[in-house]
Design a protein around this ligand. Structure first.
Ligand code: IVH
Length: 685
């Protein structure tokens, strides 16, 4: 590899890992399994070592990912919350042991083996023996304060009365959701038309970030603790400090062992690799720690992880079963996904009947035949995937699985773009799942926000022929809706469930539709689902053109003259308005009173007084809507919103309890911090 190629690969890997981190930590939607992720991370680490000239302090190898969410206040961790180095084999475990004995200069040490709980980490700060802060891992240096939510977890002591406990201490642990609660939660989500969580870990992390603690309380989280931090150290054995935590009232798992050598450690690992199925909660490995705290201190830390501990990660669980048939599902955007129907088999504690096949390339790669015996594996998603075929068991007359040529929903011939793996149905205007997808986008929270029409309900209205286009929503009547019923299948359990429209449901739906007429133009424009017109582009367009009529009349040149509107977006808008069906749609929406122009009061509010200014909004405001209004005012006056404080920040608008780290950084950089009223005064002038 030349140095240029190395640089290219390093940059590619960094970008990719940042993207994966964002999906994992912020969106709670992992794109890869830990194993695949670690492979990329290791490759980057090796290249960075070989080519130190390409060092970057922001590389994913030096930073742990972040779960920080703007809605919460943040707090710096007194001791950084690091991650653990992952290992996957006995050899890697031995290497770790050799490193440890070299640094310690002795073989006299013991290991503590614990389960690696697959939840989301938490730091619990006790002051005067009372729980005062619960903080997420965040970016490792600082995390979100989620105290109110954690206080709803019954296994987290609010006060520690034990006489041996010091006044002030910190406990770290994992917030968990057991499998039964997880499945119950997902069933409820599907019933309400919400997207189910991919796994208990994401569900736990998502729950911790809910804004209403009463909702958190309903989800029955648990907290398993694994680390006690006191200053000074009150117990020199990690094993014993875990027992102390139990005595103080914390929830400590009994599956913990003290081992005198790495072979004993490996025996513990092998036992749990099998036995984990019987646990009521998910684990993804075993954590191996040096027991003696002084030895831990001697070993110390690297930038990312302790040298005194390591994680042994289990490989994804696998099972073998027979392929019965393949179904082809058409998604909301027209993508056709093959799904394998299998002989039911138990995998990681749940019965699996279906597995994802991703796309046509995947089927070809596996050279899949009907009746094949296939190896399925549980990755990060709910639906397992087929990873291998046992060709020896294939019968000689079995038929190869071929990808379909026509849409199973509407019969249109499928298409595939050059360089893309997916087949899609091009019949955007007539293919039922695609039409439903448009309606679902239209009613979604960031668009028209018609909450009372969750996914299941749109499906029902569509299937009954009442709504084919978003405009039809505004013609629905009480009489049409009352008494409608539909049986829906629960994709997780294969069970069926009935939804029916009673008086209250119908009233709520009609109320929701009516109040969507007040939704401002920028969100209506986003709701229309014009390709490439996301939230930000919609905001730029509305603040420039002010009305749908002006936007419709805009030429290609007019469009690309708007800041941040490029040729692809401009072309897409021109195409959208050249379709007579879309013009009809706009006319209908106008006739129902939907906001298709910027309100006069907004125009009056506009100026360019904040042009070129980067502004951070932090802290809490009278209501979440108030915070949005402040942000909207920044945009209306030409300013740019940014999340993080840097030397480029012009000023900070701080509400109640602003993020301490943001304020600290602002002070360091001499950046003005102004209050809400000072900001209003500023734009008034
Ligand atoms: S000890 C200095 N023990 O795994 C690191 N971590 O990749 C101390 N985890 O963020 C961590 N079970 O959320 C430790 N028994 C256990 C654990 C555990 C799960 C999580 C933890 C940490 C991540 C490290």
């Amino acid at each position: 590899m030349t140095s240029e190629q190395a640089q290219e690969r390093i940059e590619f890997l960094r970008k990719e890992l940042h993207r994966l981190n964002y999906h994992y930590y912020v969106l709670n939607k992992p794109l890869l399994s830990d194993f695949e992720y670690d492979k990329l991370l290791k490759e980057l680490e090796t290249l960075e070592k070989q080519y130190p000239q390409f060092f970057d302090e922001n590389s994913p190898t030096v930073r742990v990912g972040s779960d920080i969410n703007n809605e919460f206040e943040q707090r710096p961790h007194q001791y950084p919350m690091l991650s653990l180095t992952n290992t996957y084999s006995y050899e890697e475990l031995r290497d770790f042991d050799v490193r440890v004995s070299k640094i310690l200069g002795t073989n006299a040490y013991q290991y503590v083996c614990e389960l690696k709980y697959d939840g989301t980490s938490i730091s619990l700060i006790y002051e005067n023996r009372r729980l005062t802060y619960a903080v997420t891992r965040g970016d490792g240096e600082k995390g979100d304060i989620v105290t109110a939510n954690v206080k709803t977890i019954p296994t987290v002591p609010l006060v520690v009365e034990h006489p041996q406990a010091p006044e002030n201490f910190e406990v770290r642990g994992e917030i968990m959701l057991n499998r039964i609660q997880f499945e119950k939660l997902n069933r409820e989500r599907i019933e309400n038309g919400e997207e189910p969580f991919a796994n208990p870990r994401n569900a736990a992390a998502g729950t911790l970030k809910l804004l209403k603690s009463s909702e958190v309380a309903k989800r029955k989280l648990d907290c398993f603790v694994y680390y006690l931090l006191t200053d000074p150290v009150i117990e020199n054995s990690h094993f014993k400090s875990i027992q102390l935590l139990r005595e103080w009232g914390f929830h400590v798992q009994p599956y913990i062992a003290l081992c005198s050598n790495i072979d004993e450690v490996y025996a513990f690992i092998q036992h749990w690799e099998k036995a984990r199925e019987q646990l009521p909660f998910d684990i993804d490995g075993v954590v191996v720690k040096i027991d003696d705290i002084r030895q831990q201190q001697q070993l110390g830390f690297t930038a990312k992880s302790p040298r005194w501990a390591i994680a042994y990660k289990f490989k994804a669980e696998q099972a073998i079963t027979r392929l019965i048939s393949v179904s082809f599902q058409v998604g909301r955007t027209g993508t056709v996904t093959p799904v394998a129907n299998l002989d039911p088999v138990v995998l990681a504690g749940t019965t699996v009947k279906r597995a994802s096949l991703h796309n046509a390339d995947q089927i070809a790669l596996l050279d899949l035949h009907y009746d094949d015996y296939v190896v399925i594996e549980k990755g990060g998603e709910i639906i397992p995937k087929i990873v291998d075929v046992d060709i020896d068991k294939r019968s000689s007359n079995s038929k190869r699985v071929e990808f379909i040529t026509h849409c199973p929903e509407c019969g249109t011939q499928l298409q595939r773009n050059d360089g893309e793996a997916r087949y899609f149905c091009p019949n955007e205007k007539g293919c039922p799942p695609q039409l439903k997808g448009k309606i679902e986008h239209f009613i979604s929270r960031k668009a028209m926000n018609i909450e009372s029409l969750g996914e299941g309900k749109v499906e029902l209205l569509f299937d009954k022929g009442l709504v084919r286009s978003v405009a039809d929503l505004y013609e629905l009547t009480y009489e049409q809706l009352f008494g409608l019923e539909k049986v829906i299948e629960d994709p997780l359990q294969g069970k069926v469930k009935k939804i029916s429209f009673k008086e209250k449901t119908v009233e709520n739906i009609l109320k929701g539709i009516e109040s969507s007429k007040q939704v401002p133009f920028e969100r209506v424009l986003f709701a229309l689902g014009i390709r490439y017109v996301g939230e930000t582009v919609a905001r730029r367009l509305t603040s420039h053109f002010k009305s749908i009529d002006a936007l419709q009349k805009a030429t290609f040149e007019d469009l690309i003259s708007v800041p941040e509107i490029g040729e692809v977006i401009a072309q897409s808008i021109i195409e959208w308005f050249s379709d007579p069906d879309n013009i009809k749609l706009v006319d209908r929406l106008k006739s129902y009173g939907i906001q298709l122009q910027v309100k006069q009061e907004h125009i009056a509010k506009q100026s360019d007084i904040l042009a070129g200014k980067n502004i951070v909004v932090t802290g809490s405001y009278a209501t979440p809507d108030r915070r949005k209004e402040i942000e909207e005012l920044v945009i209306l006056h030409g300013g740019k919103l940014t999340d993080n404080v840097s030397s480029k920040t012009s000023f900070i608008i701080a509400g109640e309890n602003p993020g301490p780290s943001k304020i600290q950084k602002a002070n360091q950089l001499n950046i003005p911090v102004i209050s809400e009223s000072e900001f209003l005064e500023l734009i008034k002038n």
